[in-house]
Ligand binder design. Structure first.
Ligand code: NAD
Length: 478
């Protein structure tokens, strides 16, 4: 179903994120017939170029990042005709009048700020002073949304001077993933799970976001940030919220976000021995974290594991274990809900110990499996085995699954539709920083030194111990 006609201005339209994700994603929506024939995508950035130059840049980006299937699509020339470009200086007056002249009235206006947060205030102000934005316009902002509570508040304040909260779309692309939404469908669309979704039946929950890449070319930024700010405060926190929240009364942006906010507010302070920070060591010709960021005295974590507890009726007594890191064994993002053992085994020792696990994979492939215990087939007596019940939507949908949009494209279409459900609200972001800041201060006050871990491993030994001490273990990173 096509969305309403729109003009989308991408500030930072020549940058890495725009070329890697946003523009190939928009082309995929174009191919799927979701973009109206007159919709305009206007690149606005510092680089001097004209619309033809931008079209060449976007074509090259689609070839480089879109994969063979996308770049060979015959729709490409038509898509490129919908692109325009205006050289615009976010901090000065250059380009703004030309940009205003490019925009049509009577269509949805969206402004995607694919630039560093240092430019949010300048752009928001000029969008109003040059008359580009009106009360119906939407503004999309990228992470990082601040580096602590104070800076996040300042960004919220700067945006609020020119835009109402209902116009602001703070992107966390993890929320755009099909399986993340499927998680809500599984929880609230079935009678099976919700009665068991509490500390009486769930032993613990694990969230892992493992990356194989190092800090790449972002060393300068990353070393001032670290895994806690870069991943936990936003992506892992959002996943935790969706897993732990109470059922919203309806699938409506504020109803969902109200419930997520309550989860963040129910998080306990984390004890020092429930935090494990790590840094990857050099291996062969692969550099260590400190070499990558060119700071031999860096105490920033490239890995973090945490044991969290929520103080509310549903979750008291059920820990949440979170871990994320770079240069780990495999690229894998997964949420695992580990149910308790049945209270009594009628099969005795022969049956062994069994429990159910619901595992939600977000990366590299999206899918869901539920481990159920059955009898091992054959004549061997009443021996039990756990087999995964595969709930992967791609298998269920067959070829139609190829049309499932990736996170960025889905979220951009939601912006055009005016649906904020999968975007973070200002108070949510501030609450997440209110919880994050004291933890960071805690380890900074002790001058905590991150534990070394091998490249290609599961992280530092202490992270494994965090679970072992409780008689539990992390699910294998595959
Ligand atoms: P980038 O450095 O590759 O691109 C920055 C863009 O901003 C360029 O188009 C540049 O021309 C433009 N720009 C810079 N200063 C400007 C000015 N004064 N006036 C007008 N335009 C100006 O950065 P990026 O990697 O594309 O990241 C953009 C934002 O998205 C950042 O906030 C980043 O943290 C965030 N982000 C990036 C990624 C990613 O994969 N690259 C992922 C998540 C979030």
């Amino acid at each position: 179903i096509p969305v309403d006609d729109f003009d989308l201005v991408i500030f930072g339209g020549t940058g890495d994120l725009a070329r890697r994700k946003i523009l190939p994603g928009l082309f995929r929506r174009f191919c799927a017939g979701q973009m109206p024939a007159d919709a305009r995508i206007i690149g606005a950035a510092r680089s001097e170029m004209d619309s033809d130059g931008f079209r060449t840049l976007v074509r090259d980006a689609i070839i480089e990042f879109g994969g063979d299937d996308l770049s060979s699509r015959r729709e490409l020339p038509d898509f490129l005709l919908q692109l325009h470009y205006v050289t615009t200086d976010a901090r000065g007056d250059g380009g703004w009048k030309e940009l205003a002249a490019q925009m049509r009235s009577g269509v949805v206006r969206a402004f995607y700020l694919s630039v560093g947060p240092g430019l949010f205030a300048d752009i928001a102000e000029r969008l109003t002073s040059f008359g580009l934005a009106d009360a119906a316009s939407r503004i999309v902002v990228e992470k990082p949304f601040g580096r602590d509570l104070e800076t996040a508040r300042a960004l919220n304040h700067d945006l609020a001077k020119h835009f109402d909260e209902s116009q602001i779309y703070r992107i966390d692309h993890y929320l755009g993933k099909e399986t993340v939404q499927n998680l809500m469908a599984v929880r609230f669309g079935n009678i099976l799970f919700e009665p068991l979704w509490n500390s009486q039946y769930i032993d613990h929950i694990q969230i892992t976001v493992a990356e194989t890449v190092g800090v790449g070319g972002r060393g300068g930024y990353y070393d001032k940030s670290g895994a806690m700010r870069d991943m936990v405060q936003n992506h892992l926190m959002q996943l935790l919220c969706l897993i732990a929240m109470e059922p919203p009364s309806k699938f409506d942006p504020d109803a969902v976000r109200d419930e997520k906010l309550k989860v963040i507010r129910a998080l306990d302070d984390v004890e020092t021995h429930h935090i494990v920070r790590g840094q990857y060591s050099a291996h062969g010709d692969m550099k260590s974290y400190r070499q990558d960021v060119e700071n031999e005295r860096s105490f920033t974590e490239s890995f973090i594991a945490l044991k969290l507890q929520l103080s509310n009726w549903r979750w008291a007594g059920t820990p949440f274990y979170l871990r994320t890191g770079k240069r780990m064994k495999a690229r894998s993002s997964e949420i695992t809900v580990v149910f308790k053992d049945p209270p009594h085994s009628i099969f005795g020792d022969e049956g062994g110990q069994h429990h159910n696990e619901l595992s939600i994979q977000l990366q590299p492939n999206e899918g869901m499996t539920l481990d159920v215990t059955i009898k091992e087939p054959g004549p061997g007596g009443m021996r039990l085995v756990d087999v995964p019940l595969d709930m992967t939507f791609a298998d269920a949908l067959g070829p139609e699954a190829d049309d499932v949009p990736d996170a960025y494209e889905r979220l951009i279409m939601d912006v055009i539709r005016g649906n904020q459900t999968l975007f973070m609200r200002g108070d949510e972001v501030e609450a997440a920083w209110s919880w994050t800041d004291p933890l960071i201060e805690k380890w900074q006050a002790r001058s905590d030194v991150p534990k070394p871990y091998d490249i290609g491993s599961n992280g530092p030994e202490d992270a494994l111990m965090l679970m072992h001490r409780d008689g539990r273990r992390w699910r294998d990173i595959k």
